[in-house]
Design a protein around this ligand. Structure first.
Ligand code: FCB
Length: 465
């Protein structure tokens, strides 16, 4: 590595694969609902997201994921791309409604067979499968019975986890119980931006508790079914800044941190739910027993961290229940989605986790950016901003490692453009461009860079432009 001082420009030149250990995990992340399509094929029934997409005004471009990237049929080509990039791992999720299309509790052989083929395809290409068991596509029939608010959904989840891990555990060793419980609970049930679209804070806290409980109960099920399993959870975590150094804004930041970060981290690491959140949200709390809290703390093999952006928090006395608000700070660098670009935030977040929750190996299970990509006349996609986003975040990751944080892998979000939830197809996050009319795949500049980085140890982006 260069010993030149680091400034914004030099940062671009300061990352090389050899800066990371040889056994570092390099992958990309996807999720079933966002890419698979084949919504009614081989017995799959609707998830809450299929239902949500049918409701006017919920998806910005009024689209749905009936076809999405048609990955259900095109997965060999997609896995080829991931392996051609030089990745050694691939994170995907399993669609619960493919495995249990109805409430009978009888698994659908065709659904299990699809994932069996997919996993074999990964192994044939040298990609270690990392499976997420729940990435938001709850079967609609379970939502009709109360969804995650209903304790019975925890039991249904455990049955699903048991069947899937028995069936695939001979080949999948890395299991992620849930993706971003904060989004499941809060976007799904508090602000209503995501399926099932409720706006009820009490319901959201009930959901969060059931999701975390289902996580804790699933860990021993996975371990019992999968020899040498590595089990973790992927949380969306945010470094926070106070809008000012006034006492009110600092308190607001602490309160926001309580619900955004500590509400999930603390119980996982045996500290129970944070006392400040319990006190502040007393009117909205679900029934929480001490034994349930103990169950959530079943020891993990790793923590998955999904990092996208920091948040700036201000006091907002008129905004119950937290009395905080997010502040858009002018002049900050942002992605096409408007998310703040802050590689330093990643380093800061990782250091904080290592300090507050020691001794847990960390994997960056998602990190990426969306921009308004276009195919040029020569057929290329010049997503230089995304390429630089990757370079700068990998540099920050490497700095965190040098400072002693035990980060063992990085998964880019995402392999290819896909259905970005409430934003439909308006937000492109992929290293591969998808023409959704023709399903043609085109590797973007960022994908070429990643391939060169992983294959040839390219240090500077200038080497490939
Ligand atoms: C995360 C989700 C993932 C994707 C990215 C952009 O919150 O886990 O599915 O939508 O954001």
């Amino acid at each position: 590595m260069s010993d030149k001082p680091v400034n914004a420009q030099d940062t671009l030149a300061l990352v090389a694969r050899t800066d990371f250990p040889a056994d570092f995990v390099w992958g990309c992340s996807t999720s079933s609902f966002q890419i698979e399509g084949a919504a009614a094929i081989d017995g799959r029934t609707p998830s809450i997201w299929d239902q949500f997409c049918q409701q006017p005004g919920k998806i910005r471009d009024s689209s749905d994921a009936t076809v999405a990237c048609d990955h259900y049929h095109r997965w060999p080509e997609d896995l080829d791309l991931a392996s051609q990039f030089g990745m050694n791992a691939y994170r995907f999720s399993i669609a619960w409604p493919r495995i249990f299309p109805d409430a009978s509790g009888v698994p659908n052989r065709l659904g299990l067979d699809f994932y069996s083929r997919l996993v074999d395809g990964m192994l044939e290409r040298g990609l270690t499968p990392w499976a997420t068991l729940y990435h938001w596509d709850l079967p609609q029939y379970l939502q009709d019975a109360g969804g995650w608010e209903n304790r019975a959904t925890v039991d249904a989840y455990l049955h699903y986890v048991d069947v899937v891990t028995r069936h695939l555990g001979d080949r999948i060793k890395h299991w992620i119980t849930h993706n971003e419980p904060w989004c499941t609970a809060m976007h799904g049930n508090w602000d209503g931006m995501h399926a099932p679209g409720k706006q009820d804070f009490k319901a959201a806290l009930q959901v969060s508790h059931h999701v975390m409980l289902s996580h804790g109960l699933a860990v021993p099920v996975i371990r019992a079914n999968v020899p040498a399993a590595k089990v973790g959870i992927a949380l969306s975590l945010h470094p926070l800044r106070a809008a000012s150094d006034s006492a009110a804004d600092l308190l607001a930041m602490q309160r926001h941190d309580g619900l955004r970060n500590r509400w999930f981290l603390d119980p996982l690491f045996g500290r129970g739910y944070p006392a400040d959140v319990l006190a502040h949200c007393a009117d909205y709390l679900p029934q929480i027993t001490a034994s349930e809290v103990d169950l959530i703390a079943t020891p993990l093999d790793f923590l998955g961290v999904n990092y996208y952006f920091p948040e700036t928090i201000a006091a907002a006395p008129d905004n119950p229940p937290l009395h905080t608000s997010l502040k858009e700070v002018a002049g900050r660098e942002r992605t096409g989605f408007g998310w703040e670009v802050a590689p330093d935030g990643m380093r800061e977040l990782l250091q904080r986790i290592a300090q507050d929750y020691p001794a847990i190996p960390i994997y960056l299970t998602e990190n990426g950016s969306s921009y308004e990509d276009q195919v040029e006349a020569d057929g290329s996609v010049q997503d230089t901003a995304r390429r630089d986003y990757f370079i700068r975040h990998l540099h920050a990751l490497q700095q965190a490692r040098q400072q002693g944080v035990d980060v063992r892998g990085y998964f880019a979000w995402s392999l290819m453009d896909n259905f970005e939830w409430a934003e439909g197809y308006l937000r492109r996050f992929g290293m591969v461009y998808i023409d959704f009319a023709t399903q043609q795949r085109t590797v973007k500049q960022s994908g070429h860079w990643f391939r060169n980085f992983l294959h040839q140890n390219v240090v500077s982006p200038l080497d490939m432009t």
